[in-house]
Design a protein around this ligand. Structure first.
Ligand SMILES: *[C@@H]1O[C@H](CO)[C@@H](O)[C@H](O)[C@H]1NC(C)=O
Length: 402
């Protein structure tokens, strides 16, 4: 299995060079003809000013999004802990992404209950490399710089939420620097080493093309063969256009691709081996139609993360068996895995959080407020059970896909 992965990684390099010259089609997703009434994204006026902090030879770009005032009546069972100050939530991006690609729709929803910190990865987007670096962005480099960023901002045990590569950085930090991390949420993460679950090189080659733009990435992030996925991809592109100055850089993409390819060497199991050291509560989320990091990665990661004590056993809403050919259930699922929490979303791909903003954010609300040593079969556990039932209500997921 592992040598196969490395052959896949090597095959990316070939595909990468073969596809780099492919001409872009202006509107391959047909986004110019969105259904009438498709609402425009919220303006980015709440995302705070662009700021910079210097970590070593890196000038890192970030924004602090202050918690928005809770609208009356918005409190639900998921908000039972409302009123107690929550640590900020730092959002860590995936390969080829910048802050603007979270989209103001998702950010506005997540900021309802907590401060958010957005950051462009080193040398990517609006972040700069002060010494004009060209070295691969490896996992150790990225996690050290991320740790430096958390410290430079003086954050005390912030929660981390990371997409794909960013999720792996969050898990690595939780394993190696437990004193620096609160709770961890991952979107479509894997161990980004020799044990990483990844799609096939035929599918992933075009993703690692450094000159990619958003319409070209879209089929990796959404199932654009399905109408709900195509519309979500169009909304994702339109949402990012609300923050137009923050674009991925091809030269940075190249360095990140090189770092990923070096990391998935079968001899390297560093992150996989570190996962059992995690003590933080972890919520692993994924899309069942993810072609970049197939959904089976999530229960595999969960089984490596200890802390049954922290997993609220009362929240067994629906257990999904991820065997080959398993049918997707009609709604989102929140399950108490043997260890970490696991939430898998049907009919959505790698960027399921952008397609299913409400169920994803509601699941995060429940986890961030209730997960932890205190959640057990007592009062907190019951609040959690009620909230999870709401989160997993099929109507919420259905409403979000239309
Ligand atoms: C994408 O959606 C189509 C249409 O619903 C479906 O046939 C296909 O299996 C989906 N792709 C994945 C990877 O699940």
């Amino acid at each position: 299995m592992a040598p196969l992965l490395h052959r896949q990684a090597t095959a990316w390099l070939f595909l990468l060079s073969a596809l780099a010259g492919a001409a872009a089609v202006a509107d391959p997703l047909g986004c110019s003809t969105l259904p009438a009434g498709t609402e425009s994204p919220p303006p980015p006026d709440f995302t705070g000013p662009l700021q910079h902090v210097t970590i070593g030879s890196h000038r890192i770009a970030y924004r602090r999004v202050l918690a928005l005032v809770q609208e009356s009546g918005a409190a639900s069972a998921a908000c039972a802990g409302a009123g107690t100050p929550s640590p900020p939530l730092v959002l860590l991006l995936g390969y080829g992404c910048t802050m603007s690609q979270w989209g103001t729709r998702l950010l506005r929803r997540l900021a309802q209950q907590r401060e958010l910190i957005l950051v462009d990865h080193p040398a990517q987007g609006l972040s700069e490399d002060l010494e004009g670096g060209a070295s691969p962005m490896t996992m150790p480099v990225l996690s050290e710089l991320t740790l430096g960023f958390l410290k430079a901002l003086g954050l005390h045990k912030p929660h981390l939420a990371g997409f794909s590569l960013g999720g792996c950085i969050a898990l690595k930090l939780a394993a190696e620097h437990p004193e620096a991390v609160g709770k961890v949420v991952t979107f479509g993460a894997n161990s980004m080493d020799g044990r990483a679950v990844l799609g096939s090189p035929e599918e992933l080659g075009a993703l690692f093309t450094p000159t990619n733009d958003m319409p070209q990435y879209a089929p990796f992030f959404f199932n654009t063969s399905a109408e709900a996925g195509r519309l979500a991809a169009c909304r994702w592109i339109a949402d990012a256009a609300a923050m137009p100055e923050d674009k991925p850089k091809p030269e940075a993409n190249q360095r990140y691709a090189a770092g990923i390819i070096a990391s998935v060497d079968p001899q390297n199991t560093a992150i996989w081996d570190a996962l059992p050291r995690i003590t933080a509560p972890v919520l692993l989320m994924g899309g069942l139609e993810d072609v970049v990091v197939p959904a089976r990665a999530q229960p595999e990661l969960a089984a490596r993360i200890p802390g049954t004590r922290q997993a609220p056993a009362v929240v067994v809403w629906r257990y999904l068996r991820l065997t080959a050919g398993a049918r997707a259930p009609p709604s989102c699922c929140l399950v108490a895995a043997p260890s970490a929490w696991l939430a898998l979303f049907p009919a959505a791909g790698h960027a399921f959080f952008s397609q299913l903003v409400e169920p994803v954010a509601a699941t995060m609300d429940v986890f961030l407020q209730h997960a932890g040593p205190a959640a057990g079969p007592g009062e907190a556990g019951l609040a959690l059970e009620k909230a999870a039932a709401q989160v997993c209500d099929g109507s919420a997921a259905a409403a979000a896909t239309t």
